[in-house]
Ligand binder design. Structure first.
Ligand code: ZN
Length: 80
């Protein structure tokens, strides 16, 4: 196994993913670099509130990349 961090490149429009940067073959948008972390990283899970209810269907790593304002809100919810 490599120590290098696993990187994904995801289209912000249609969510087509690839292992290399570039332009989405489906819709032509530039794919955004995302870091989903290692397999046990909590950022791979969806965000939850204090009661354990899932607050988004998207994994945390995607929300952190695509919506920084949501990241702050989620951190406030998960670290009260
Ligand atoms: Zn696309």
């Amino acid at each position: 196994m490599s120590d290098e961090a696993f990187r994904l490149y995801v289209c912000p429009c249609c969510f087509t993913a690839d292992l290399a940067p570039g332009v989405c073959s489906e819709c032509g948008h530039t794919r955004a670099e995302c870091d989903p972390g290692d397999p046990n990283n909590p950022c791979r899970k969806p965000p939850m509130d204090a009661a354990g209810n899932i607050t988004s269907r998207a994994p945390l790593w995607w929300l952190m990349r695509s919506a920084p304002y949501l990241r702050k809100k989620i951190e406030q919810q998960t670290n009260p």
